[in-house]
Design a protein around this ligand. Sequence first.
Ligand SMILES: [Zn+2]
Length: 123
Amino acid sequence: MSELKLCQGPSCHQYHTKDRLKGPKENKTYQTRRRSSFYYGGNNFCSFQCYNDWFNSFGNRAIDHFGRTTEVKHLTEENAWQKTYDWNSNDDTVYIYRNGITKEERPITREQYKDNNYTLNTS
Ligand SMILES: [Zn+2]
């Protein structure tokens, strides 16, 4: 069995659902959900509700910690690159960097596509 993750929602155990009620017969408690993967918040939350609960509790602190946007940003040719993918005639996935302003496309590897630090954007 693969390692189970715990939902990071601070109130996950407070939602009364059958699947959260666990434990020995006479001592069941509502518990934080455990799953091999989650659909919300970068694989950290079992539901949008739990994701939202986390943000309501910690979101402002997280934004302040990682840097709050304090000035308007402008889309320019230098920062308009977006990763995308398509299929070629052989039905193979091809990964592309596409500039949202110039419409220029450049092929990238699957590794570059998945690498969150890889970017062509310079501003
Ligand atoms: Zn949850």
